[in-house]
Structures are given as structure tokens and as C-alpha cells.
Design a protein around this ligand. Sequence first.
Ligand code: NAP
Length: 267
Amino acid sequence: MNKLAFITGTSSGIGKATVERFSREGWKVIATMRRAERAKEFGWPDNVVVKELDVTDHDGVSRVAREVIEEHGVPYAVINNAGCSVMGSVEDTPLEDAKRVFEVNYFGTVSVIRAFLPHMREKGEGVIVNLSSVVGKSSMPLIAHYCATKYAIEGLSEALWHEVKKFGIRVIVIEPGTIKTRLINNAKVIPSTLSEGSPYGKMAKRVAELVSGGSPPEEVADVIWKAVNSKAERLRYIVGEKSSYLLLRRLLPESIFLTLAHEYFGG
Ligand SMILES: NC(=O)c1ccc[n+]([C@@H]2O[C@H](COP(=O)([O-])OP(=O)(O)OC[C@H]3O[C@@H](n4cnc5c(N)ncnc54)[C@H](OP(=O)(O)O)[C@@H]3O)[C@@H](O)[C@H]2O)c1
């Protein structure tokens, strides 16, 4: 195992905490972000190499992956963390906003995997970590497209787990509950859903309450660290506040679960 990790979306939150966790453990980390100058204020040590990358720029992804392999070798851990969200009802959210979330969360992840996988396969080792969410298993209203991208990540990852197992590559899905990061503040909000007199107003207030606060991002970084360094062939890891919600989903008949969840969401 070469102790080299490649991580996307490291300017804040879980990505930043993961860079710091891996670098503290002595790994070399390729920390990618849309605006590299943001890293100057972080005071990261020399074993962190910052590279500029927008995961929706697919040529950029291929170029950066080539550079990383030439300069540092094939990363053992490729961690797809970059993500964004949009908040609005399905009827209010323009298609372009739905597509943008898919471009970042889903196609950005696919693009990074495609850039590194042939090299990892040749080496016969490595781990691909994809950030999903509790809402990749159980949807929440008014963030439907974000949930859909995470369901897509779940489907992608499980298929990939089967495809690459025989090459010595592991696939890991991280399913955080509510984590205190900039994700919610940075989410595009569709004004009509929240406007005075919106038929979704009551639900919007409740959803905003539910997604605020949460566990520190370091808790997720810790789970990523342990999962990458584990020998287990485990696919999914649940972590953080409200993640036990998924246990209820598993235990209850769907009709009962949906009725309870609907009330919980202020329906
Ligand atoms: N927070 C939660 O409750 C929670 C729960 C479950 C799963 N997650 C997942 O965890 C991951 C990290 O999110 P976070 O909570 O740590 O939120 P965050 O603090 O907002 O971090 C998201 C990161 O993704 C980057 N990003 C956005 N668009 C990008 C693009 N086109 N190319 C490259 N980077 C891009 C952001 O960079 P900029 O600074 O350039 O915008 C930022 O560094 C996401 O996949 C998210 O869906 C979060």
C-alpha cells in the first residue's frame, strides 16, 4: 500500500477534515479544490499537495489525475467527497439546478473514478471512497434532487464493488447523517418554495430545522480513515447525528415508516 490519498472538495467540511486526518497519520494527501488559494489559510503541512480541480471539468479531472500519477504515483485511496445541494420542491426547482447537482455529486464522482481506476487495476490495489448520505437510502422532501444523486451514488458504488473486487480494489460508501458543515448554507434555495403563501412553507421550515446543526466533520473523517485502513470488504458505513434513522427504515414495514416520516417532516 502506498500511503497516498486523493481527495476532492477539500476547501471545507468533511473534505478538509479528511485531508487533516490522513496527513496527521503521515500519508501524502493530494487535496483538490475549486480555488487552490483557499488552502493558504489552512496552514497544511508539506505532506499535503494542493491542486485546483472542479470535478465538473472532465478534461481537468483527466489532466490532474495524469499529473498526480506522474508526480506522486497511483493513489491508494481515491476519496470522492465534493458535493453540493439545492433546496426547493420538485415542482419549483428548475431542471438546470437539478442537473447541476447531478453534474457535481454524480458525474463528478464517475469522472474521477474513470480517471484513476485503470491505473489502480493495473497495480492490483486501492480503495475508492464515495460520499453518499443517509438520504441516499431514505429521501427527505424539498431536497429531492440531492437525495436522488445520493441514491445514484449508492447504485454506482454497489455495482462497482462487484466489478473491481477481483482486481484487489475495495469500494466504500460513507453514509453521514447531519454533519455541521457549509453544505446547507451553500445550497441554492429556490425562493418560491420558501415564499409567503407557498404550499410547501410549513414543510420547508421543518426541513430547515432538521438539516441544521449536526455532528462535527472530524467524526466522518475518522470513519473514512478507519474504513480505508480496514481489511474488511464492507461496502457501507453509517456515521453521525440522525443516522440511526436508517435503522428504523430497515426495521419497520414501509407503510408505517413512511407515515411516521411524513409527520416528522411536517407533512
Ligand atoms: N453535511 C452533511 O450533513 C452531509 C451529510 C451527508 C453527506 N454529506 C456529503 O459530504 C460531502 C462533503 O460535504 P460537506 O458536508 O463537507 O459540505 P461542504 O463543507 O459544503 O463541502 C463541500 C465541498 O465540495 C466542494 N465542491 C462543490 N462543488 C464542487 C465542484 N464542482 N468541484 C469540486 N469541488 C466542489 C466545495 O468547494 P467550494 O468551496 O469550491 O464550494 C466544498 O469543498 C458531500 O458529498 C455531501 O453531499 C454531507
